[in-house]
Design a protein around this ligand. Structure first.
Ligand code: SF4
Length: 255
């Protein structure tokens, strides 16, 4: 009798560890982001009396809010804002106190020069690029704007290192215009509260400008920054002490 010989089963290629793990992994819960996006969408827009009430409370609590970036004139404000990108106000102030004591005009900044400027600001993130920008913007302010910080959005945005946010801060703080600079705090508060939900800083900026009455616009930027910095904190908002907790639309607020 002929002997039946079985063909050996083809050897399976070993499954890479990562793949094997993935095969048994539980299906992932829907990303938190999409849940958030849904709840933001479902938020009821604020009514004009509610917005008025919220800002009346901010005004009552802090009638003259001030920005925390130290400066002595529009030029030093401009420089401080350019230096503050991806840095804290406290960190910028620490460096600029000594700097502005010797260089508070575009000409003095140019006289100081990029190398020495770098020494003053080397504790601030991205200081090399920022030093280059500050020297270049000082030269441009001198050559194209007669040594004065321009009072227009287009003029400020044309300066090296200055974007829309810088223009909004300078126009508001130095020239009293009703602009709304959206930083990380204002972006979070605008979205969380439902005051002006938006996917980009520009959307939030335009949304806030649309809903906030003119009488509050001069200080609205600072009220919202301070609210985000000290009350509506990113990780653990302090809803229990929040001035506007009854008006806020955030579904996860803790009051
Ligand atoms: S109630 Fe809470 S989430 Fe809403 S604005 Fe106040 S601190 Fe922020």
């Amino acid at each position: 009798m002929a002997k039946i010989t079985r063909k050996p089963a083809p050897r399976k290629a070993p499954v890479p560890k990562k793949q094997a793990k993935a095969a048994v992994a539980k299906p992932k819960a829907p990303a938190k982001k999409s849940l958030k996006a849904k709840s933001l969408k479902a938020m009821k827009p604020w009514t004009p009396p509610e917005v008025h009430e919220a800002f009346s409370r901010f005004r009552k609590a802090n009638p003259e809010p001030k920005g925390e970036l130290e400066h002595v004139n529009p030029f030093t404000l401009l420089v401080a804002v350019v230096l503050s990108a991806q840095a804290t106000d406290a960190g910028v102030n620490k460096a600029t106190r000594a700097l502005f004591a010797i260089a508070d005009t575009p000409q003095k900044m140019l006289d100081l020069g990029e190398e020495r400027l770098r020494e003053y600001i080397k504790t601030i993130g991205l200081y090399r690029t920022k030093a280059k920008n500050v020297i270049a913007l000082s030269a441009k302010v001198l050559s194209e704007f007669g040594g004065e910080v321009p009072r227009t959005r287009a003029g400020i945005e044309s300066l090296p290192g200055a974007g829309r946010k810088t223009a909004n801060v300078v126009l508001n703080m130095a020239f009293g215009e009703h602009t709304m600079a959206v930083d990380t705090h204002v972006f979070r508060v605008g979205n969380r509260t439902g005051l002006a939900p938006g996917k980009t800083p520009l959307e939030v900026e335009l949304g806030l400008e649309k809903v906030i009455p003119a009488e509050f616009m001069l200080h609205a930027h600072h009220w919202l920054i301070l609210h985000g910095r000290y009350t509506c904190l990113a990780r653990k908002p302090r809803c229990e002490v929040c001035l506007i907790n009854d008006l806020c639309r955030w579904p996860e607020k803790t009051v």
